[in-house]
Design a protein around this ligand. Structure first.
Ligand code: NAP
Length: 275
């Protein structure tokens, strides 16, 4: 692909974005489909100025990451229903100058889960109560799961439980609750907390499915312990690729090349490794 006067520009906005794997994933997708497009990482502090630039320059689409997922909402022209319900935007589509906000985190997580198990009728422990938990809780509820929220701070955990119409338990009381599925959404398990497990081990029972949405490292301490205790484990890579694939579909209207996107992320995580 040669950059020229027709090249379309996409990117991720956030702070920090220096470690984002989205450029590797989306540029691999553009390249696989031979699209004349590039995807860059933009470190953004001035959100309003950034969106004025997107409109003025005709940037075609953006991924939105921490800390802008909520703050960006009132600055857009319209919101997809699901993004409005969740209260966070991770994707912007520029439709003829109108900026439309979407949320693909929840649907990405659901697809990653449903590759392995069906969530309808399952009991689920949702660990964490931040933006990712809110998006995932929303789609799990839509998908027919029965949820319990567990979080470090009771205030935030209870607020998410109210939003989802479910109950809240402190992290220490998790082992008292039996569930089919546990979805871990805190940063515990990532550097600098890579050696830590965010839940008491006793909650992990044989036959349970445990998904950690962290993808670096691919196998967190939680997933190591869960595997050793006879649980089925799912790492955060599939969610990351599926939320990106949905962004790609929204931007281009094309079927995303998932294999290539996944391979690019694996390669970016472990340069030099061969598939
Ligand atoms: P967030 O809004 O900042 O929420 C963080 C949550 O983690 C809060 O519930 C917080 O609890 C909890 N937490 C933070 N540090 C903790 C600690 N030391 N011990 C226990 N709980 C702790 O963040 P987010 O946007 O939801 O993102 C959370 C994680 O998901 C990040 O690691 C992000 O990289 C990952 N993520 C992955 C994907 C993917 O595609 N795989 C997509 C989105 C996000 P308090 O309420 O007590 O502060």
């Amino acid at each position: 692909m040669r950059i020229n006067q027709h090249t379309q520009l996409y990117g991720v906005i956030g702070s920090p974005v220096g470690h984002s794997l989205s450029p590797s994933m989306h540029n691999a997708a553009f390249s696989a489909l031979q699209l004349n497009a590039v995807y860059l990482a933009f470190e953004v502090a001035d959100l309003q100025g950034c969106l004025a630039g997107v409109r003025a320059l005709g940037i075609r689409g953006l991924s939105v990451t921490i800390p802008h997922k909520e703050a960006v909402m009132p600055l857009l022209d319209s919101l997809d229903h699901r993004a409005a319900c969740i209260g966070a935007v991770n994707t912007i589509v520029n439709r003829d100058g109108k900026l439309v906000g979407y949320n693909t985190d929840g649907s990405g997580a659901l697809r990653a889960l449903e590759d392995r198990i069906s969530v309808a009728g399952r009991t689920c422990l949702l660990v964490g109560a931040g933006g990712a938990a809110r998006a995932i809780g929303f789609v799990l509820k839509e998908g027919g799961a029965s949820i319990t929220v567990a979080n470090r701070s009771a205030e935030r955990g209870q607020a998410l439980a109210r939003f989802l119409g479910c109950s809240f338990v402190p992290l220490a009381q998790l082992p008292k609750i039996a569930a089919d599925l546990l979805v871990q959404t805190t940063p515990v398990g990532m550097a600098p907390q890579a050696d830590q497990c965010p839940v008491p081990e006793d909650v992990l029972r044989t036959g349970m499915t445990v998904m950690d949405i962290i993808y670096n490292p691919l196998e967190t301490r939680l997933l190591q312990i869960a595997r050793s205790r006879g649980c089925r484990t799912i790492n955060g890579l599939a969610m990351f690729v599926y939320q990106g694939a949905e962004q790609f579909r929204l931007w281009t209207g094309l079927q995303p090349p998932i294999e290539e996107m996944q391979q690019a992320v694996r390669q970016a995580l472990h340069p030099g490794a061969t598939e």
